[in-house]
Design a protein around this ligand. Structure first.
Ligand code: AMZ
Length: 267
């Protein structure tokens, strides 16, 4: 038996197949690039509204670009799927999954356990469930029993209320209230998108993230509004496990390396 040379993979570590090893107890805060797909193309929407999109080309090229830039995880969203309530952009997403060698998390239109399992079997590392998990929290346990640590619950909020169905419908509950439901169901993480600031490149709101982090033991992935390295740092300081960044990276406000360097030693 080899002595001393083991690599401990932490339960909350998002980049489980990365080369990084944490030699202290600190979890590494991760900056995750977003590849949001609409009509087969990479887009960024403003506050998640259809018709506001700015397009950024081919999803495989974008994914490859973020991997070349050092991404350890990719965040993929099937926007048509989220709006329509069933998976869309299947070919584009399959192409990305086949092309990349880093862990992926995918959401948008995954509304049944069968769909989730199908994607996990096809090589997606984590499925993100918004609408289905909010309407039926037990679906998280159902999937997690077969695939532990594979479900990210998306609790996206507008004006403090969780929104579902492509962020077009309120669920009548706050993210903090909703988070409690997943405590014992095996959720790997909670994705919290602050829709009020999403896609605007005008900065983040840290307070709602901090409230959610304080209210749950489940790792929180923050998203929405990141425009500067200071925003990335501010989110790391809330105790969130990771941040998803879209527009700021596509618009070249900073590089992935700069973002990761900005939070080194934090959290
Ligand atoms: O931009 C939007 N309008 C939007 C979006 N990005 N609506 C939903 N989503 C994302 C959520 C989550 O990752 O952040 O889609 C996923 C949830 O989809 P569903 O189909 O499970 O509710």
């Amino acid at each position: 038996m080899a002595v001393g040379e083991t690599v401990a993979f932490t339960r909350t570590g998002l980049a489980h197949s990365s080369m990084h090893t944490d030699d202290d107890a600190r979890e590494e805060f991760e900056v995750i690039p977003a590849v949001d797909i609409q009509d087969g193309e990479v887009v960024q929407l403003v506050q998640g509204e259809r018709g506001t999109e700015k397009t950024y080309g081919d999803p495989v090229e974008a994914a490859q670009r973020w991997i070349d830039a050092g991404a350890e995880t990719l965040h993929l969203v099937d926007l048509d799927g989220a709006f329509e309530g069933e998976r869309a952009n299947v070919d584009a997403i399959d192409a990305v999954i086949d092309a990349v060698d880093v862990p992926t998390q995918l959401g948008g239109g995954i509304r049944t356990a069968d769909d989730a399992v199908d994607l996990l079997e096809r090589g997606v590392d984590r499925v993100i469930l918004g609408t289905a998990a909010v309407e039926n929290p037990e679906i998280v346990a159902e999937i997690s029993e077969e695939y532990p640590d594979s479900v990210v619950v998306s609790l996206d909020a507008k004006d403090g209320e969780v929104v579902v169905e492509g962020w077009t419908e309120g669920a009548g509950i706050s993210p903090v209230e909703a988070a409690e439901r997943y405590a014992d169901l095996g959720a790997a993480a909670i994705l919290f998108t602050n829709v009020d600031v999403e896609g605007q490149l005008e900065g983040v709101a840290t307070e709602p993230v901090r409230e959610l982090v304080d209210a749950t033991d489940i790792p929180v992935i923050a998203s929405g509004g990141v425009a500067t390295l200071e925003d990335v740092r501010a989110l790391a300081e809330t105790g969130a496990a990771a941040v998803v960044v879209g527009s700021a990276l596509y618009e070249g406000e900073f590089t992935l390396d700069e973002a990761q360097a900005a939070v080194e030693g934090d959290s």
